[in-house]
Write a protein of this length. Sequence first.
Length: 153
Amino acid sequence: MAKAYDNVNQFENYEDTCNVIISKFPNNIVGYLEIVKYYEKDKRHDKIIKVYSTLPKSLKSNEEFNDIYKKSEFQFTYLSSSYQNIGRFINNFATVKEKDLYGFVDKSTSLAIPVKFNNARNFIEDNPAVLNEDKWFFIDKDGEKTLLEILLQ
């Protein structure tokens, strides 16, 4: 059933179904593998690490799961060492802080919006709020002020 949700792009239902499978069959690797493959495809390294932490000890020797986990752990560690602070991934982006300035990375850990703002809030819908020169405004996914904000100023 989870794969059917994946095929029709109902990702929330897919994720929920995988979690139900895990809760009903906690000692079977199938549900865990399904969800980490989904997270891997979506480059949600933090989620893979969290799943690994809940994996029963008897399943931690699964080679396929461990390969996915090790790649994600490397990516997440790289991201963590590159910035002073990393926010949660919301709407595919996370805020990052470097030398008292903020920017955004995408789920592949690539810098999506340059680190240049005095403060930043996570994406809400498609636009994060940022502070620059004592003014808060919304930006788009390219780091440009949104049309709405330009009209309001």
